[in-house]
Design a protein around this ligand. Structure first.
Ligand code: SAM
Length: 325
């Protein structure tokens, strides 16, 4: 079987597929003015099936469905079923703001979803609304509880660290996982094409988290070979874990194993890269599969060794909702 291996020997077994770029939240660091695009023309079921089939035949076994907010698509559970039916797909995960998960968690589990990452940037209604522009804190919390009840393989919380907005809540987040068997991962705010000023004002380095974890008795745990970008910490008195994703740390890209496809079929080789390879013309017929696979393999030669954020090259992603964060 051909495999997706780039010029630096990295193997890509993980596809993050955006199913819509529409988002119903207005997170200050991502879509402060809300969704401004044209909410039409996203990949349909047959296109998704053909795309995932081609990737699976190139040894991709993990698919993450993301957005925008994936659950705003009314056919989202059907998309999960479509992906689940593709031979070779071993794990399906999603990233969501959870506003709809109190209602949908059971259906998504039944459709074949294995794991869920939920974004939660504040641990009370005031912090939450200040950052997301949304009043549905309680609904999101109910969504998290619903996911825990469904016994997914993993429920993880993503929290973007923001100076002056939630960096006072680290102890609350630690407390949040005392009884809950989930992992909270703090993500350093990333610079994108449009958030320069915001980044300067709000970016906090991961050291803040490392220091507070050490003071509170948390210890880093050994990373598995196939682990994602988070360094995780455990504490004997807590059911859950705390993680840190620090994209500015040296070597962050060395273990990159993921590719992204936008909601309109553009293959993006890096979150901070430029341009997308339009795969959509090759998603129109089952007979195009070999051509599609060859196109992805060729595109992969263009993947750079790392992002170049340190050199001020943020790529052309205006915000992560566009690319599928
Ligand atoms: N709507 C879904 C959600 O809320 O999780 C999925 C899409 S969202 C773009 C995916 C993740 O990207 C969220 O956890 C969000 O906090 C994160 N994100 C967006 N912009 C970011 C930035 N500039 N830096 C770090 N994380 C960011």
């Amino acid at each position: 079987m051909s495999q997706l291996i780039d010029g630096f020997g990295r193997r890509f077994s993980y596809l993050r597929l955006s199913v819509t770029d529409v988002c119903n939240f207005r997170c200050e660091y991502c879509l402060p003015n809300g969704y401004q695009g044209n909410p039409k023309g996203f990949l349909g079921h047959d296109e998704i099936r053909r795309l995932v089939t081609a990737f699976a035949e190139l040894a991709t076994w993990k698919i993450r469905l993301t957005g925008g907010e994936p659950t705003v698509r009314k056919d989202f559970a059907d998309i999960v079923r479509t992906v689940r039916a593709v031979p070779g797909v071993k794990r399906i995960a999603m990233t969501s703001n959870a506003f709809r998960l109190a209602r949908d968690a059971a259906e998504l589990k039944a459709a074949g979803m294995d794991a869920i990452n939920i974004s939660l940037d504040g641990l009370d209604a005031a912090h939450f609304e200040r950052i997301t522009g949304d009043k549905r804190f309680e609904k999101v919390m109910a969504g998290i509880d619903a996911c825990l009840e469904q016994d997914f393989d993993a429920v993880k919380i993503n929290t973007v660290l923001l100076k002056g907005l939630n960096d006072d809540q680290l102890p609350d987040f630690f407390e949040f996982v005392r009884e809950r068997p989930l992992s909270v991962r703090f993500i350093e705010l990333m610079r994108t094409g449009t958030n320069g000023e915001y980044f300067e004002k709000r970016h906090v380095g991961g050291d803040l988290v490392r220091e507070q974890l050490a003071q509170a008795g948390w210890a880093p745990i050994e990373r598995e070979a196939a682990a994602g970008p988070a360094v995780e910490y455990a504490h004997p008195d807590y059911a859950g874990r705390i993680g840190l994703i620090a994209p500015y740390a040296p070597g962050f890209c060395d273990t990159c194993n993921r590719l992204r496809v936008t909601a309109r079929g553009g293959l993006r080789l890096c979150l901070f890269g430029n341009g997308a390879h339009n795969l959509r013309p090759l998603l129109q017929d089952d007979d195009q599969k070999e051509e599609l696979k060859a196109s992805v393999l060729t595109a992969l030669f263009g993947k750079r060794v790392s992002h170049f954020l340190h050199e001020g090259d943020y790529g052309d992603t205006p915000h992560l909702a566009m690319t599928g964060g």
